[in-house]
Design a protein around this ligand. Structure first.
Ligand code: F0G
Length: 450
C-alpha cells in the first residue's frame, strides 16, 4: 500500500489550546515579535524545534521507572553506555545534559585562540561554543548546499576542495579537528553521504587531524544514505550508522533529537588522554561521569530511544511524513529547501517575501505571520540567527518525533497556503533590542510600518 501510517498508536494525549487571532496578536506583541518569548500554551502546532519535543514510547516510560538513581556506578549508566557502544563502537561514552554541554567540554579542551574549526555548517550552539573558546568556526558546505533549489541528494556534504585549501592556507597545527554535522541542520536538514565522510577522513588522515561528527540526527542521516547512495539500499541502517561512527575519532550528540528523549546528550571520544580530561571537566560542570548532569531515569530513556530510532519502519515513516509536508508546499508554489530534509521543512523566506530585503529579516516576518494566522510556531534560520554569516533566509518547520498526526500537518499546509496568498501584505522587521550573542533567543523586534 502507498499510504505511510504512523507506526504507533496514542496512549496518552495532551490537549491543545485554541486561540483567537486577537489573543495571538496580543501574545506576539508582548513577546516583542520573538516566537521564543511566547508561552508555549499560546501555540497550537509547535514546530519551533524537533529537539526534546518527541513523544517517548511506553518502553521508555517503563525505563524511567526502572532508573537507578545511585550517584556513582548506577545500573542505568551501564545500560546506557553499553547501548551506545553497541550502536557506535565507542568504548568511552560520556553522558551530558544536552548536546551543547558536550560541545562546551570538547571545545574547552581543543579550541582556543588562533584555532580554526571547519564543519559543513556549524549549528548555532556549536559555533557559539567554538567562538567562546576564542577559536574560529568555518562553514565549508558544498555550493549546492547553499542553493534552496538544488536537488543534490547529499546537500549536507562538506566541500573537500575547500577543506584541502584550508589545510594549505592555515596549516594543520591550527586545525584541532574537522567536524561534520549529520544531518546538516543549518543547511536544511540535508544528509551527508558515506562517500563524503570517507573523503573527509582521507584528508584528515593526510594531515594527522582528528575527525568528529555532530551526530544529533545520525539515524536520519544513515536512512537517507540507505535511500539515496549507490550500493547502500540493501544494507541495514544500523550497519550504515556503524560505518559512520567507525570513521571518526569522536562525536557530540544531542540525544534530544535521534535519542527521542526530552533531555540528554553524549560525548564520544576514542583518545584515552582526552577522555580523562573531558571527564575532569565533566565532574566540574556537569556531574560524576556515570550520570553527567542527568538522572538515572534519563539514561534509561536514552538507551531505549537510541534503539527505537534505528527501527526502519519508524525511519521510513519519519522521512516520508516530513517529505509529505514539503512536497505539498512545493506543489502549492511555496519554495522550500529542496529536497525535503529529515527533521524539518525549511521555507525559503526570501522567495516567499521578495518585497522584504535581507536587512528587514524576511524569515522573522514570515515566522510571525504564520503564528498570527494559525498559531503555528516555526523558527527563523537566517540573518537573525547567524547575522552576516547567514547564506539563506529560512523559516524552519521542525517536526517533533511521533507527536503530530497527518491531519495536524494538513492544517499546517492549509495555513501556509493562505499566508502565501496574502504575502504582499506582510511587513519587514527591525531589531529594537538584542543581547551580544545568540540574539535570536531574546532579541525584540518591531514591524517596519512603511
Ligand atoms: N548540533 C546540532 C546540529 C543541533 O541541531 C543542536 C540543537 C545542537 C548541536 C545542540 O544540542 O540543544 O541538545 O544543546 N539543535 C536544536 C534545534 C536546538 O532546534 O535544532 P542541544
Amino acid at each position: 500500500m502507498k499510504t505511510i501510517i504512523e507506526p504507533f498508536r496514542i496512549k496518552v494525549v495532551e490537549p491543545l489550546k485554541l486561540t483567537t487571532r486577537a489573543e495571538r496578536e496580543a501574545a506576539l506583541h508582548k513577546a516583542g515579535m520573538n516566537l521564543f518569548l511566547i508561552p508555549a500554551e499560546d501555540v497550537l502546532i509547535d514546530l519551533l524545534t524537533d529537539s526534546g519535543t518527541g513523544a517517548m514510547s511506553s518502553e521508555q516510560w517503563a525505563g524511567v521507572m526502572r532508573g537507578d538513581e545511585s550517584y556513582a556506578g548506577a545500573r542505568s549508566y551501564f545500560r546506557f553506555a553499553a547501548k551506545l557502544e553497541e550502536i557506535t563502537g565507542f568504548e568511552h561514552v560520556i553522558p551530558t545534559h544536552q548536546g551543547r554541554a558536550s560541545e562546551r567540554i570538547l571545545f574547552e579542551l581543543v579550541g582556543g585562540p588562533n584555532k580554526v574549526i571547519p564543519n559543513n555548517n556549524h549549528f548555532d550552539t556549536t559555533r557559539a561554543n567554538i567562538e567562546h573558546s576564542g577559536a574560529e568556526a568555518l562553514d565549508l558546505v558544498i555550493e549546492e548546499g547553499r542553493d534552496p533549489r538544488s536537488r543534490h541528494p547529499f546537500k549536507g556534504n562538506l566541500d573537500l576542495d575547500k577543506l584541502e585549501a584550508l589545510f594549505r592556507d592555515v596549516g594543520a597545527d591550527r586545525i584541532p579537528l574537522v567536524m561534520v554535522t549529520v544531518t546538516n541542520n543549518s543547511g536544511g536538514g540535508q544528509p551527508v553521504s558515506l562517500e563524503n565522510l570517507h573523503g573527509v577522513r582521507k584528508i584528515c588522515d593526510a594531515h594527522d587531524t582528528p575527525m568528529y561528527l555532530d551526530a544529533c540526527r545520525f539515524a536520519e542521516n544513515a536512512y537517507f544514505i540507505k535511500l539515496r547512495e549507490e550500493g547502500q539500499s540493501r544494507r541495514a541502517t544500523r550497519a550504515i550508522v556503524r560505518e559512520m561512527f567507525d570513521l571518526v575519532d569522536g562525536a557530540t550528540i544531542s540525544a534530544k533529537k535521534d535519542g527521542i528523549v526530552n533531555i540528554g546528550g553524549v560525548l564520544l571520544l576514542r583518545d584515552e588522554a582526552l577522555c580523562r580530561e573531558a571527564r575532569n571537566v565533566l565532574i566540574l560542570t556537569e556531574g560524576f561521569p556515570t550520570y553527567g548532569g542527568l538522572a538515572g531515569r534519563d539514561l534509561e530513556a536514552m538507551a531505549q530511544g537510541f534503539e527505537e530510532v534505528l527501527d526502519e519502519d519508524y525511519l521510513n515513516y519519519r522521512i516520508r511524513s516530513t517529505a509529505y509536508l514539503g512536497e505539498k508546499l512545493l506543489s502549492a508554489g511555496i519554495q522550500i529547501v529542496e529536497p525535503p530534509g529529515g527533521h524539518a521543512i525549511y521555507l525559503d523566506a526570501a522567495n516567499f517575501l521578495p518585497h522584504i530585503p535581507t536587512e528587514q529579516f524576511p524569515g522573522q516576518a514570515l515566522a510571525c505571520a504564520l503564528y498570527l494566522h494559525a498559531g503555528i510556531r516555526g523558527c527563523e534560520i537566517g540573518s537573525v540567527m547567524f547575522g552576516e554569516a547567514a547564506s539563506m533566509e529560512l523559516v524552519r518547520l521542525a517536526i517533533p518525533r511521533r507527536v503530530y498526526t497527518q491531519s495536524q500537518i494538513d492544517y499546517v499546509i492549509e495555513a501556509l497556503v493562505e499566508v502565501h496568498q496574502k504575502r504582499s501584505s506582510i511587513k519587514g522587521m527591525q531589531i529594537v533590542e538584542q543581547p551580544p550573542t545568540l540574539r535570536h533567543f531574546t532579541a525584540r523586534f518591531a514591524e517596519i510600518s512603511c
